[in-house]
Design a protein around this ligand. Structure first.
Ligand code: PAF
Length: 301
């Protein structure tokens, strides 16, 4: 559960400028402190808080950022209506004892003179990359800017965005960033729905239907537990469960190799089962991690 700030909690220091953020990070590094970074777009939920708690286990100080990054939204996407709940978020960060909140303006991050972007080849072209052209270029560009500004030792991302986390790990390695990428488990509601800031868009009926993504993945888990390795068979059952729910339009279901994000014919090493669907007008994604365990496979939702 997240708790709100108490009067005794030390205030989180909110930093608006890159120069100030760089200065604070430089001072922390000079004192050999282990800087942990949790990038977010705000509207904080338990999923974000789990990243912060994980960061706090090994890092001090922890910097959380809140920046609704315009470059990762397509022209028809929800940039304008994306939930912005800064005061509530700040109280939550205070309650957790986060030292720094980096909250730059759009102009600070992308002045009119801004011209550069970074993109990771191949990994970002399928799945989310195909459904959301330009999305990953926006993500990697803003994350690289954050890494340059903050130079964290560890940066924390959620496994719900598994393709994003894989792409960021590739970028950090390719560009020799010192940031180690830590990928944290998915946090779910009691009925299995993966936490997402976009869940706030769902009507009551849509919220009920949205569990179809989890239920499809859970059906896949049961099939893997009973020995099915064939990807097509696993996906047929997953889609059958999801299709049975009115109001859920599947966009893709795939089982991919966790390194290449290319589809597999049969389970091998480590894979992800990935789903994306529209529930009403809200686009949701979810996944299951499938890991080889001797002769069999273990599925983590
Ligand atoms: O996962 C997110 O919330 C965003 O893509 C991120 C990593 C904060 C970049 O804007």
């Amino acid at each position: 559960m997240c708790r709100c700030a108490l009067p005794s909690d030390p205030p989180v220091e909110t930093i608006h400028t890159i120069a100030w953020m760089k200065q604070v990070a430089r001072e922390a590094r000079a004192k050999e402190r282990i800087l942990g970074f949790v990038p977010t777009m705000g509207a904080l939920h338990e999923g974000h808080l789990s990243l912060i708690r994980e960061a706090q286990k090994g890092c001090s100080p922890v910097v959380a950022s809140i920046f609704v990054n315009p470059t990762q939204f397509g022209p028809t996407e929800d940039f304008q209506k994306y939930p912005r709940t800064l005061e509530a978020d700040r109280a939550v960060l205070e309650g957790l004892g986060v030292e720094y909140l980096f909250h730059p303006s759009r102009e600070e991050m992308y002045p009119n003179s801004f011209r550069t972007s970074v993109s990771v080849e191949a990994l970002g072209e399928r799945l989310e990359g195909r459904s959301r052209p330009g999305h990953f270029r926006g993500v990697t560009t803003v994350v690289l800017k954050f890494f340059e500004i903050i130079q964290p030792r560890f940066a924390f991302f959620g496994r719900k965005d598994a393709q994003q986390a894989r792409i960021i790990r590739q970028m950090a390695g390719d560009l020799n960033s010192d940031a180690q990428i830590v990928v944290c488990p998915i946090v779910r509601e009691q009925d299995g729905l993966a936490l997402s800031s976009r869940n706030a868009y769902l009507s009551e009926a849509e919220r009920r239907a949205a569990t179809a993504l989890y239920e499809g993945l859970d059906a896949l888990r049961k099939d893997v537990d009973s020995g099915t390795l064939d990807a097509a068979r696993l996906l047929t059952e997953l889609r059958r469960v999801m299709d049975a729910r009115a109001g859920v339009a599947i966009e893709y279901t795939e089982i991919v190799d966790a390194e290449t994000f290319e589809p597999v014919v049969s389970l091998r090493r480590t894979c992800y089962a990935l789903v994306a669907a529209l529930v009403g007008k809200t686009r949701l994604i979810d996944n299951a991690l499938i890991e080889q365990d001797g002769e069999s496979f273990r599925v983590t939702l």
